[in-house]
Ligand binder design. Sequence first.
Ligand code: ZN
Length: 273
Amino acid sequence: MRPLPCSLCLLVLLLFGCTDTPSPPTAVVPPHTGPAAHAKRPAPPGDQWGYAGETGPTHWAELLKNSACGGNQQSPINIITVNAVPDTSQAKLEIHYADSTRITDVVNNGHTIQYDFERGDYVTYGGTRYDLQQFHFHESSEHTIDGVRYPLVLHLVHTNAKGKYLVLAVMVKEGENSAPFTFLERLLPLAIDEPKTVNKRFALEQNLPLERQYYHYTGSLTTPPCTEGVDWFVFRQPITVSHAQVETLGQLMPLNNYRGEQPLNGRVVVVGS
Ligand SMILES: [Zn+2]
């Protein structure tokens, strides 16, 4: 996931490559790598970090000295379900997303798709309110569950009044067509740096799984500056989109925009709902 933008807009990073074959949720999905796939996506200009080569994730800590990327509480992790312990805290995760949120405009800046929309969606955890700031996708998923890497993951990034992060992660598997994804795809601009006015309403909750059991632990942003102290909630149940939808998004998005597994370093993952 990315750090928050300084504006009030919600940043949607649709970080997609593409996959060649429909992927059942029980199989590890290998990253799609091919010259043709690379050629169709322009590299974002001026970035100090990326997802491949000398600016790839394994170099972030050395490239960005002031970042936390070399810390020992980093994300993502592989969630080993048999090691997850029941959440005995009284803290409940409650999601308060509006029935419809007005998306005002969207822009593709070369490695991100940014949607601006009205504020108001939030969650509470342990009685503290965390406002939704942005959402974005990675291809493939960043967290893995028992080693399973899904074709996509949706990250919904929230902060509380003190700037502390809370992120909901929704795994995405391939299967039936998703109407909410179709809606989002129709909004995508084809040209880079050409904002497109949208002014349409969308229910963000449509992209959440029906079953809300989650794995929770404390980690970090998964992109520089890799800030730690992030409360992660990874939903156990994935949502479904079609292979064609993954392919469609993959035509516009950067390739393999995910950070690899980080060491757990003694952290405990709890399972709650
Ligand atoms: Zn993310």
